[in-house]
Ligand binder design. Structure first.
Ligand code: FE2
Length: 259
């Protein structure tokens, strides 16, 4: 069985490249399950119900989020209708079933979740290690074969620590949030890992943000309105092969397509 995980989809450029490439990639790699990080899909921050539906129509099965989960106010209204959305488990808690999803596919029972890192992530509500331990406790009776974690975090070291500390439970740990694909994909103690999957978004940009606006804001200290970059996009993803007998990943491959 093969799982395709698409890195942070940033704005319209990111949505367009995913729509145009996804079906052919799914056919080429015989993908059984497609998951994408969509926390930047609506103009760089958050998601709307319209974009959520567009991404599912494009062929994505589940959408994970991150620190910008609640940046678009309408998510508060529609979250209960967005049953393929997975929001960070250690964010401020509210009444929703979207903190994790149990996905049973080809006889393998996977718990998909989204965890925010501790370092340089102001929005974190709960320590990421404690939060994941709580999730394991809460789901202990559900017959889960392994956990699939979209670890939405800023630093590489804490992503790697997470893999070591939770090696009995988390068999897929994929970093998101930094938007630059790293070349450290590997199977570590039986866990498919990469520090960051990378983004789908405008290639000529500052991790998806408009270059000129970024310079005016960061260098000139000008108060600017966040502006998303436009233009041809890079596509970043990873493909994970699961051995259905072992119920564990056996390979991880990086995919990066530049314009
Ligand atoms: Fe993020």
């Amino acid at each position: 069985m093969r799982i395709l995980f698409i890195g942070d989809i940033v704005g319209k450029s990111g949505r367009d490249i995913v729509s145009s490439l996804l079906n052919s990639l799914q056919n080429e790699y015989q993908v059984d399950l497609t998951i994408a990080n969509g926390e930047n899909s609506a103009h760089g921050k958050g998601i709307t119900i319209k974009i959520y539906k567009q991404l599912l129509n494009a062929g994505i099965d589940y959408i994970t989020m991150g620190n910008h989960t609640y940046s678009k106010y309408e998510i508060n209204k529609y979250i209960d209708q967005m049953d393929k959305l997975v929001v960070p488990y250690n964010h401020a808690k509210r009444q929703t079933d979207n903190y994790y999803k149990i996905i049973e596919i080809n006889g393998v029972r996977i718990c998909l979740c989204n965890i925010l890192g501790n370092v340089l992530m102001n929005e974190t509500g709960e320590d990421m290690y404690e939060a994941f331990e709580n999730l394991i406790d809460k789901t202990r009776e559900l017959g889960i074969d392994f956990y699939f974690v979209d670890l939405h975090a800023e630093t590489t070291a804490e992503k790697r620590i997470f893999v070591e500390y939770f090696k009995e439970y988390a068999k897929i740990v994929l970093g998101t949030h930094t938007h630059v694909q790293t070349a450290d994909e590997d199977i570590i103690n039986g866990c498919a890992f990469i520090s960051d999957v990378g983004m789908c978004g405008a290639y000529e940009s500052i991790i998806g943000r408009d270059v000129s606006e970024s310079i005016r804001n960061n260098v000139d200290k000008e108060p600017t309105v966040y502006q998303i970059a436009e233009g041809p996009a890079i596509f970043c993803a990873v493909l994970i092969e699961i051995d259905e007998q072992k119920k564990a990943p056996v390979a991880i491959k990086r995919i990066q397509i530049r314009p």
